[in-house]
Structure formats: structure tokens, C-alpha cells
Design a binder for this molecule. Structure first.
Ligand SMILES: NC(=O)c1ccc[n+]([C@@H]2O[C@H](COP(=O)([O-])OP(=O)(O)OC[C@H]3O[C@@H](n4cnc5c(N)ncnc54)[C@H](OP(=O)(O)O)[C@@H]3O)[C@@H](O)[C@H]2O)c1
Length: 285
């Protein structure tokens, strides 16, 4: 049994499962539960936390800020995202400062362009570099950029400083394996897989109860969700960021770091959910 790590920018090794926060901060009555879940996750080793100015209009960042009170900030690798319409010039500086205030910190480990918008990639790269010089962020990356977008980014001056592409990836949606994932692997650039649980199966009916997943789960004395996570992180350089709002789910997700799927398990999952044989547009939610 081994724990798996993913290396950011060739130097920062993190457990290959982190914590998502979409839908956190939307309901005051859930707040304490969300804070407790994030803290339990950090305790269990899920030290990357992914959030965004978009989630609950900044409310998710506030929940994360609360979870990090009392000396936890330096134990986590904190990731937030900027809206495309804020991803250039003074707007980006202001958006980043607002995220820092809500998160109750003075720096982000990683700041991502949430998806492509009207600012050119060159303008976004430029302001990301300014934010690094100002000490507000340590590194920058992108999200929801497909293979062709990444080629374009690589041609922009300074574009190759991008440390990750955060994209939708789960057993039922494998489009990135055709071109984007192999290319990122070639660059040595980790991919951050969002919706690794297909939103508890909501994005792909029947995924969690599929007989292949259920049989493999039984054989590993694991849950279907753990098998989905173990499958995502079985790919080189891929990290999963499941969102869990209960301590029980978080602990289950952390334990998935130790599950190693056999070649037979992987072949059975390939049969049930084949890898793509042709280019498909990047899946998104
Ligand atoms: N860059 C982007 O455009 C983008 C888009 C979507 C998501 N994201 C990021 O990726 C994160 C993950 O994606 P997501 O939240 O959409 O979907 P997800 O992580 O695939 O699924 C979350 C759902 O799974 C449930 N869950 C968590 N652990 C479980 C377990 N062990 N067993 C059973 N159910 C479990 C959660 O329930 P509970 O909450 O009740 O625990 C929640 O309903 C987001 O939170 C966000 O940070 C980024």
C-alpha cells in the first residue's frame, strides 16, 4: 500500500487527493459542518484546498478562511480562481486582493484562470506575473483549457510558467486522455481533476453503482467513491479534488490515497468505460 503524490512546478510534492469547495458557503446552517470537514481533511493529509471567487459569491473562500484560523494556513496549499472577466489588469489585482481578504491570508499558493474569456491569454499571463512580483500569489495556472488552448498558451511569452490545468475528469468522462493529458504528462505538468466523483454520480448516471466499480470496491474492501478516486489518481501526474462536506466523506476520500488498483482492475474499468478513440471537446460543468 502506497500513498501517491503529485509534484507542482517540479518541486512541491502534495498528496494526490485534495479538497474541493464548490457549493460550500451557501447555507449558514451547513457552515460549521463544512469548516469541520475541511479541518478533518487537512488532518488526514488532504492539504491542497481548491476554491474560487465564484463559489457562493466568495462565501466558499470565507469558509476556507475560517477553517484555516488557528495556525493552519501554512499547512495547506491554497488554490483560488479568478473569473475570466476579472483576469486582466487592475481588475485581476482587485479580485485577487478580495480573495485574500475572504481567505484571511496574504498569499495564495496557486491562482487559476477559471475559464477562458475576453482577456487575451497574454494579458492574463502578464497580470499573473505582476501578482507573483507583488507576493500575492506564488504560482499561477489555468482551468478548462483544452489541448488547443494550451498550445496557444505555450506560444505566449511567459505562458510556460503555468503549473497546472484544472479540468473535469472522472471514470465516466475520459476525453482528456486523447490529447490533453498525454501532452501535460510530457510537459511534467500536473493535471488537477475536478468532479472526480462525477458529483456523486449526478454527472453520469449509474457510475457509482456500475457492477465493475461495485465489484472492484468489494474486492478492495472500499466504497465505489474510493475506487473512482483511486482510478483518477492512478494516472501519472493527476490529482483529484473531491468536494466533501462531512468528516466521514473526507476521511473516506483520504483513505483512497492508499488504494492501488491492479492491472486487472484497470482493464475491467477500461472495458466498462473505454478511453476515447477520437478527439472530443473538453467536458465542463
Ligand atoms: N475549475 C472548474 O471549472 C471546476 C468545476 C467544478 C468543480 N471544480 C472544483 O472541483 C471540486 C470537485 O468537484 P465537484 O464538487 O463539482 O464534484 P465531486 O467532487 O465529483 O462530487 C462532490 C459530491 O460528492 C459527494 N462526496 C464526496 N465524497 C464522497 C464519498 N466519499 N462518498 C460519497 N459521496 C461523496 C459530496 O457530498 P457531500 O458534500 O455531502 O460530502 C458531493 O455531493 C469542486 O468542489 C471545485 O473545488 C472546479
Amino acid at each position: 500500500m502506497t500513498d501517491k503524490n503529485v509534484c507542482f512546478a517540479g518541486e512541491i510534492a502534495l498528496p494526490a487527493i485534495g479538497q474541493g469547495t464548490w457549493y460550500m458557503g451557501e447555507n449558514d446552517r451547513q457552515r460549521q459542518k463544512e469548516v469541520d470537514a475541511l479541518r478533518a481533511g487537512i488532518e488526514a493529509g488532504l492539504t491542497l484546498i481548491d476554491t474560487a471567487e465564484m463559489y457562493a459569491d466568495g462565501g466558499a473562500e470565507e469558509v476556507v478562511g475560517e477553517a484555516l484560523r488557528g495556525g493552519l494556513r501554512d499547512k495547506v496549499y491554497l488554490v483560488s480562481k479568478v473569473y475570466p472577466w476579472n483576469a486582466g489588469g487592475k481588475k485581476a489585482i482587485a479580485a485577487c486582493e478580495a480573495s485574500l481578504r475572504r481567505l484571511n491570508t496574504d498569499y495564495l499558493d496557486l491562482y487559476l484562470l477559471h475559464w477562458r474569456g475576453n482577456y487575451s491569454l497574454a494579458e492574463t499571463v502578464e497580470v499573473m506575473e505582476t501578482l507573483i512580483q507583488q507576493g500575492k500569489i506564488r504560482r499561477w495556472g489555468v482551468s478548462n483549457l483544452d489541448y488547443g488552448d494550451m498550445q496557444e498558451l505555450w506560444r505566449v511569452q511567459g505562458g510556460q510558467a503555468c503549473v497546472t490545468d484544472q479540468v473535469l475528469y472522472h471514470l465516466g468522462s475520459r476525453g482528456i486522455e486523447y490529447d490533453l493529458l498525454p501532452w501535460c504528462q510530457q510537459q511534467g505538468m500536473p493535471v488537477m481533476a475536478y468532479c472526480p466523483l462525477a458529483q456523486a454520480g449526478r454527472l453520469r448516471d449509474g457510475l457509482l453503482n456500475h457492477s465493475a466499480v461495485a465489484d472492484i470496491a468489494r474486492a478492495h474492501n472500499a466504497t465505489a467513491a474510493q475506487i473512482l478516486l483511486a482510478w483518477v489518481i492512478s494516472h501519472q501526474g493527476v490529482m483529484a479534488i473531491p468536494k466533501a462536506a462531512s468528516v466521514a466523506h473526507v476521511e473516506e476520500n483520504a483513505a483512497a490515497l492508499k488504494i492501488v488498483l491492479s492491472a486487472e482492475d484497470l482493464a475491467r474499468l477500461d472495458d466498462a468505460f473505454p478511453a476515447p478513440g477520437r478527439k472530443t471537446p473538453l467536458d465542463m460543468v
